[in-house]
Design a protein around this ligand. Structure first.
Ligand SMILES: CC(=O)SCCNC(=O)CCNC(=O)[C@H](O)C(C)(C)COP(=O)(O)OP(=O)(O)OC[C@H]1O[C@@H](n2cnc3c(N)ncnc32)[C@H](O)[C@@H]1OP(=O)(O)O
Ligand SMILES: O=CC(=O)O
Ligand SMILES: [Mg+2]
Length: 532
């Protein structure tokens, strides 16, 4: 057990294990306190503003581009900062959790960048919150190694070829209950940001790169302004030049799709682009319009591909917006993962190739893969598309693209149906995922697909939306009610791996987030409450 030096007003209520003082350093805790005192009240106000927006949509008002920021959109004179060192070539980015083994595997993967995930692919258990940055620090020091329970040894190979690390902190909605400032829970986003920045920021600068971040789940440009303010405070605190920190913002909420330019503008001195976070985007579309009836009922999850009109409108607008402002446009995650079954594996790579080819042809500068086995395939697709000697497509301005609010909102043209098979699949995925999350694992392969917090949110939100809007299944003609879902849960659990009792906690959480009368904004909130 270590002991911590706590600045005034700071309490750490989680266990302090071996080496935790290296991450929960006086500097880190001091920065957390500073960020909390300066920014937390605004964070809470911005979360409340999200609720107001949803209420307006429920009352019939549609999302639209903001009149008050029209001048920013129409002003052609501004651009974001030039590409930062290590972020010039992002043709393939690996994503994944920051546990010790995955950290080593990701850094050895051959990808150009690695999204080190404290978010969708992570469970914010106290141990993960502290050990994630510790693993990154050890990786940067070149001291990281790992031996599996089976005796397999892991270490970094070819350190000079390591991907650029981009850390994704938690979203603004998540609290960190193990670090209190003046008796208040802190923000998970600010804690993850501060722990990485203080442990690794200077080490990244010494390597000729910088502390880089992915900012998730923002719903407005004012939330981007909050990040920008955190960056300014953080840089000032460390005494590093303003603009050293860079952030790629995920455009993965429905409201944010209407504020892409404004988000780039707010972060222009720290921006390194936008990413099309498709899974959370679909979740947010369902969530934001959940009570608005037939026009916003999304068909079975596996039928909503990236080529349906509303998804296409969003990705086209993203590339256009980024390149107009000199920012990188990064594609999203195809959920297919390699399999030992030959036919399943062949299908996974065909789907991956089609998805990455569409993105490369649309002008994206690179994209994500969830698994080291897919790095090469994605690399090849983008490399084949890039012009001779180029490492991105920033000069493909996509001036042909014009996307209207109506196109972004056009969910009703999505082909497909809601079926009982789709409903059962959603129950299955949500339960298996919640079981995994509650056990500390935030990403998991289920039925040959990568599932994480974002994909599971879609599954449980679809169920809630279908009950609320009294949808009838197309294949079996059943009205989707709370009673039907309760009936199906036990049938589904009987088919799942393990014992029925293994799903007791997952089932209780599922009931809270999929069938309760009041919609839970994020499944991770009640799930986090269940965690010590
Ligand atoms: C919506 C979004 O936000 S997408 C981004 C967030 N989601 C993610 O990042 C998901 C990342 N992917 C993963 O976590 C994993 O690929 C999973 C859970 C889906 C599948 O993992 P596994 O079941 O371990 O797959 P598999 O057995 O094929 O793995 C083979 C090897 O690759 C490693 N590996 C697989 N995925 C990753 C990854 N993303 N990062 C690092 N290593 C990985 C495994 O650790 C394993 O290593 P080992 O052979 O040394 O034991
Ligand atoms: O974070 C990515 C997403 O698709 O969600
Ligand atoms: Mg996401």
């Amino acid at each position: 057990m270590s002991t911590l030096k706590l600045p005034d007003g700071v309490e750490v209520t989680g266990p302090v294990k071996d080496r935790y003082e290296e991450i929960l350093s006086p500097k880190a805790l001091e920065l957390i306190a500073k960020l909390h005192r300066k920014l937390n009240a605004r964070r809470l106000e911005l979360l409340a503003a999200r609720e107001e927006r949803v209420k307006k949509v429920a009352a019939g008002e549609d999302l639209d581009f903001l009149p008050e920021t029209k001048n920013i959109r129409e002003d052609d004179s501004w651009k974001v900062a030039p590409l930062a060192p290590g972020l010039e070539d992002r043709r393939v980015e690996m994503t994944g959790p920051t546990d010790r083994k995955m950290t080593i595997n990701a850094l050895n993967s051959g990808a150009k960048a690695w999204l080190a995930d404290q978010e969708d692919a992570n469970t914010p258990m106290w141990g993960n919150v502290v050990q994630g940055p510790m693993n990154l620090m050890d990786a940067l020091d070149g001291t990281i190694d790992f031996t599996s329970p089976e005796g397999k040894e892991y270490k970094l190979v070819e350190p000079e070829k390591q991907p650029t690390i981009i850390v994704r902190p938690r979203g603004w909605h998540l609290p960190e209950k193990h670090i209190l400032v003046d008796g208040e829970e802190t923000s998970g986003s600010l804690v993850d940001f501060a722990l990485y920045l203080t442990a690794c920021g200077q080490k990244q600068i010494d390597r000729g790169k910088g502390p880089y971040f992915y900012c998730p789940k923002m719903e407005s440009h004012l939330e981007a302004r909050l990040w920008n303010d955190a960056f300014v405070i953080g840089q000032d605190f460390l005494g590093i030049p303003q603009g050293t920190i860079r952030a790629t913002c995920l455009i993965e909420t429905f409201p944010a799709a209407f504020e892409m330019e404004e988000i780039l503008y707010e972060l222009r001195d720290h921006s390194s682009g936008l990413n099309a976070g498709r899974w959370d985007y679909l979740f947010s579309v369902i969530k934001t319009y959940r009570t608005r009836g037939a026009d916003f009922i999304v068909p079975d999850r596996n039928t909503v591909t990236m080529t349906v009109p509303f998804m296409r409108a969003y990705t086209e607008l993203l590339v256009r917006t980024c390149h107009k402002r000199g920012a990188s446009a990064i594609g999203g995650m195809a959920a297919f993962i390699p399999s030992k079954d030959e036919a399943v594996n062949k299908n996974a790579f065909e789907k991956l190739n089609a998805d990455k080819s569409r993105e490369a042809n649309d002008g994206f500068d690179g994209s994500w893969v969830a698994h080291p086995g897919m790095v090469q395939a994605c690399d090849e697709v983008f490399s084949a598309k890039f012009a001779e000697g180029k490492t991105n497509q920033l000069d493909n301005l996509r001036e042909d693209v014009e996307v209207t609010a109506a196109q972004l909102l056009d969910v009703k043209s999505t082909p497909g149906e809601v079926t009982e098979a789709g409903l059962r699949a959603n129950i299955d995925i949500a339960l298996q995922y919640l079981r995994s999350w509650l056990a500390g694992r935030g990403a998991v392969g289920i039925h040959n697909l990568m599932e994480d917090a974002a994909t599971a949110e879609i599954s449980r939100s679809q169920i809630w939306q279908q009950i609320k809007n009294e949808v009838t299944t197309a294949d079996t003609g059943k009205l989707i009610t709370k009673e039907l879902v309760l009936e199906l849960i036990d049938e589904v659990i009987a088919e799942l791996p393990g014992e029925a009792s293994d799903y007791d906690d997952a089932k209780e959480t599922f009931l809270e987030v999929a069938v309760a009368d009041d919609y839970a904004n994020f499944l991770t909130l009640p799930a986090y409450e269940r965690m010590p």
